[in-house]
Ligand binder design. Structure first.
Ligand code: HEM
Length: 178
């Protein structure tokens, strides 16, 4: 994955555990501070290793770490240069979810080696959204749950996100507003 992901992961670790913990995780993974360039592509193995080591050091499960990172990701991209992209994607949750693929396509224009996921808003009812996530990667479902939770907060909504179904390379999430 692009180094952008790892840089945000690093920020998340520093935010939740401090600079010292990050330094020791980086040294365990033999990452130098100069590494993790946003525009460079790193092997997915590094991404998963980073999450695995962070979960061990933070005493939390890998799934919890991925979910927390998903929420953090939404907060960070909306404070960053990507704020305009977030605004442009949709002013309400339903529109945003419908436009997610288009938004990722615009990301692919500047990061052509990205292997981006795909999202489909299968159903939108009064107070609920059923979303399908498709990816060639496996194991990132808790990250998606955290991202969707982060989106609820981004739109000033409260509710729950449930992972309701999984197939090979796809999963469904039900968002229920409270
Ligand atoms: C401006 C905001 C965003 C930017 C710039 C962005 C960009 C990216 C980039 C660069 C990757 C890495 C792909 C690769 O290197 O192969 C990625 C992955 C991913 N993005 Fe986004 N993204 C944004 C928002 C979102 C949102 C709002 C969601 C979902 C609610 C989302 C879901 C994902 C997921 C699940 C992945 C992991 C890849 C996979 O599942 O295979 N992203 N994104």
């Amino acid at each position: 994955m692009y180094g952008l992901i790892h840089r945000y992961l690093k920020d998340h670790i520093i935010d939740s555990a401090g600079e010292e913990v990050w330094r020791s995780i980086a040294s365990e993974l033999r990452i130098s501070p100069a590494e993790l360039i946003s525009q460079e592509v790193y092997d997915d193995a590094l991404t998963f290793e980073l999450v695995e080591v962070a979960s061990r050091r933070l005493g939390r499960s890998v799934d919890d770490c991925l979910a927390a990172f998903g929420r953090f990701w939404i907060i960070r991209v909306s404070q960053d240069t990507y704020r305009a992209v977030m605004d442009f994607t949709g002013r309400d949750l339903g529109t945003f979810l419908k436009n997610l693929d288009r938004m990722h396509l615009s990301v692919a224009a500047v990061m052509p080696k990205a292997r981006l996921p795909s999202f489909t808003l299968i159903e939108q009812g009064s107070g609920h959204f059923l979303v399908q996530y498709r990816s060639e990667r496996t194991g990132l479902e808790p990250f998606v749950g955290g991202l969707l939770q982060g989106l609820l907060e981004w739109f000033d909504l409260s509710g729950k996100v449930e992972h309701v179904d999984s197939k090979t390379n796809s999963a469904e999430f039900l968002i229920t507003l409270s």
